[in-house]
Write a protein of this length. Structure first.
Lengths: 395, 325
């Protein structure tokens, strides 16, 4: 019987030899130079004009959506927003390399992946206005999207919880013989949570077809990566857990696409997890509750603005002859109008009726919640003016 | 005296104790240079250096495990969990370690110097991951103290007492009041006692018991009831564990009626514990069943937040029902 104890294969040494971090250099895949031209030795991924345009248009769409929704939050129309400015290529480029059957378990800055899947502007708005057209029934703060039809798991705020869940979901896909994988997005901050370590280890040991996609965007709210970890980023941890790993330039949509495509092939063919660390930068504030001027400089941000993934891809598209300046401008204008129109519509839609305060807690409403709902309805009937969002429909 | 909001009072308490005791260290997610997402720890890193006020990696179980080790070594950790809703990865460290260190070692080791600060509660459009009131989970855990202030004056005095108390304290801060509540706060050092309730208003017909941000709600309901000629006694429990059963029982023996209000769900909420103890101690004095005005037994909603809240109208109606019983 084969000795399955890994330690039995360890070579011996007879000198006190401490291994230090940095001995293994993990390179970063970059296909497009920051100026949008191809590296000489780089291989252009097989991208049709349609897919290339869709990646680009989705990034532009998300940038406009983010700008408009930050504005809407400042006007007090929604309570909260969280932008992905500067990081669009990480979410969109990876989503483009997946099959629509693949499950997406995201953190909260991957609206680009959701838009690429086909989530509409109205769907975005209904979630953000917590109205009754949102299938999540207005139960979570803005940006916590979820759509079963698009294989996009409803987002949770607590960080990192989706990482071991993704291992479990992928294991189920494998056991069911599905021709699909799971992708799990998270940030370098969330990778400090215990769930990251549990999730990677379990996925490796149980051979789960899952892509762990880390957006290393440099900051967890105000905490810079330098105060988050002392090792070589997140990629070095994948090796420790026996997980195939690749580091990629997160601001290079072609590199992200190529890395994710290869990771998906490996996950599916070898039934194993793959870790991708996408190096990027959170140009946006953490959220509308945050002000980055308190913890980083304008100069630092400007350095990263120069590496903008959208401009980089626009230049590449131009070289391919796939870029039309006028059409692009029109797309941006139309998106702005579409967002505004959908926003105005969504804010007029009512919230769910009061009955939904007790639904979905269990599969069926138990006696004590029925009783609590009845009491609440009596109370609302007594003071309809105090509960204007629901009293109109309480008969 | 200075006018301070609740955040400033907490900041002021931390400065007071960090000035006096070099063993005090303040840490958590974003608490360093940034001063915490609510700015409760503003300027502490500049004042006391990165060794004593620092950002941690983003891991709640790590923060509390680290704090337990630091406390057992003899330092005085004041650990921040960014939102009460995010304390659960640290549940094992708190329940099985913080609370049992002293007991399991026969008193040789303890985490008595540890204070865990965390914002709790709703009313901020935060939905179920930024609004929960987790006090009852921890009230079931022998070895912890749980303290909740209702205003800036209380916050400074109770936090100083919590940090200096030789037992681990979970200090829950009502985030709805962080900037909304302003009061006169002494700039000098003072402590308010742990384990002691505070009578906010004297009355004769019914005792209204609550803590934290709900004291405001009780006050509004008491004002409404006063228009009907009902005299309410309002008690702020302040400490959930150990709690001041004597003070509550004494008040109920006077008024004959008790109403308890908390934001957390009804079932298994701390009101249940109070009700059980008070019916035992005051059975023959009670003129009506003990009333509980609490959150529903659901996750904390977003769109239906207003409907969920145990607000002054629900409290007022419960006062009337209790008086009419």
């Amino acid at each position: 019987m084969q000795d399955r104890n890994h330690l039995a294969r360890v070579e011996t040494t007879h000198q006190v030899h401490i291994i230090e971090n940095g001995l293994i250099d993990i390179p970063m895949l970059q296909i497009l130079k920051p100026d949008g031209t191809l590296h000489d030795e780089a291989q252009e991924p097989a991208l049709s004009e349609d897919v290339a345009r869709k990646i680009y248009d989705t990034m532009e769409y998300i940038r406009v959506l983010d700008e408009r929704m930050i504005g809407a939050q400042r006007q007090g129309r929604i309570s909260f927003y969280l932008a992905s400015t500067g990081e669009e290529a990480a979410a969109v480029g990876s989503a483009a390399a997946l099959s629509p059957d693949d499950m997406i378990m995201s953190q909260y800055r991957e609206q680009g992946a959701l838009a690429y899947r086909g989530y509409t502007t109205s769907q975005f708005m209904n979630q953000m206005f917590s109205n009754e057209k949102d299938p999540n029934k207005g139960r979570q703060m803005p940006i916590h999207y979820g759509d079963k039809a698009l294989n996009f798991m409803t987002i949770s705020s607590p960080l990192g919880t989706q990482i071991p869940q993704a291992a479990g979901y992928a294991y189920g896909q494998k056991m069911a013989g599905n021709d699909a994988i799971t992708i799990c997005y998270f940030g370098e901050g969330a990778a400090s949570e215990g769930d990251f370590h549990a999730g990677l280890n379990m996925a490796a040991v149980l051979k789960c077809p899952v892509i762990f996609f880390c957006r290393n965007n440099g900051y967890a709210i105000s905490t810079p990566a330098a105060e988050q970890f002392a090792g070589d980023g997140i990629a070095s941890r994948g090796l420790g857990y026996g997980v195939k790993t690749i580091r990629v330039d997160g601001n290079d949509p072609l590199a992200v696409f190529a890395a994710t495509k290869r990771a998906r092939e490996l996950a599916l063919e070898e039934r194993c997890p793959v870790l991708i660390e996408a190096m990027t930068y959170r140009l946006a504030a953490h959220s509308t509750s945050d002000d980055p001027t308190g913890y980083r400089s304008r100069e630092e941000e400007d350095k990263w603005r120069a590496k903008d993934p959208i401009q980089r891809m626009a230049k590449w598209l131009q070289q391919k002859g796939w870029y039309d300046e006028a059409a692009n401008k029109q797309l941006i204008d139309e998106t702005r109008q579409e967002v505004l129109k959908a926003l105005k519509e969504a804010e007029k839609v009512s919230i769910n009726p009061i009955e939904d305060i007790v639904s979905d807690v269990y599969d069926e409403v138990p006696w004590h919640l029925k009783e609590q709902l009845d009491n609440l309805k009596d109370h609302i009937r007594q003071y309809p003016d105090a509960y204007p969002k629901t009293s109109g429909r309480v008969k | 005296m200075a006018k301070m909001n609740l955040l400033q009072a907490i900041n002021n308490a931390l400065i007071t104790v960090m000035d006096q005791d070099e063993r005090v260290m303040v840490f958590g997610e974003d608490v360093g240079h940034f001063g915490g997402v609510f700015r409760a720890t503003s300027n502490l890193q500049e004042k006391y250096g990165r060794g004593r006020c620092f950002n941690t990696p983003l891991t709640e179980q790590g923060i509390i495990g680290f704090a337990n080790g630091l406390a057992s070594q003899g330092s005085v950790p004041v650990a921040e969990i960014q939102f009460g809703d995010y304390i659960f990865p640290a549940f094992d460290q708190i329940v099985n370690e913080t609370a049992k260190f002293r007991y399991r070692s026969g008193g040789q080791f303890s985490c008595g110097t540890l204070t865990i600060r965390t914002p709790y509660g709703g009313g901020i459009a935060g939905g179920h991951y930024h609004s929960q009131s987790p006090e009852a989970f921890f009230a079931h855990c022998p070895g912890l103290k749980i303290v909740i202030p209702r205003n800036p004056y209380q916050a400074k005095g109770l936090l100083l007492a919590s940090i200096r108390d030789d037992n681990p304290v979970l200090f829950l801060e009502p985030k709805r009041l962080y900037r909304a509540s302003v009061s006169d706060v002494p700039e000098e050092d003072y402590e308010l006692p742990l384990g002691k309730a505070d009578t906010v208003q004297e009355g004769s017909d019914i005792t209204l018991l609550g803590w934290g941000a709900q004291i405001e709600i009780l006050q509004k309901a008491a004002d409404m009831a006063l228009e009907d000629g009902v005299s309410c006694e309002i008690i702020d429990l302040r400490s959930i564990l150990p709690w001041d059963a004597d003070a509550v029982a004494e008040s109920v023996m006077k008024t004959g009626r008790l109403l308890i209000n908390h934001e957390a769900p009804l079932t298994g909420g701390f009101a249940s514990e109070v009700a059980a103890t008070i019916q035992d101690r005051c059975f023959l004095y009670l003129e009506a069943p003990i009333a509980r005005v609490c959150g529903l037994d659901t996750p904390y909603p977003l769109a239906h937040e207003k409907e969920y809240m145990p607000d002054e109208l629900k409290t007022y109606e419960a006062i009337k029902r209790t008086l009419k019983y």
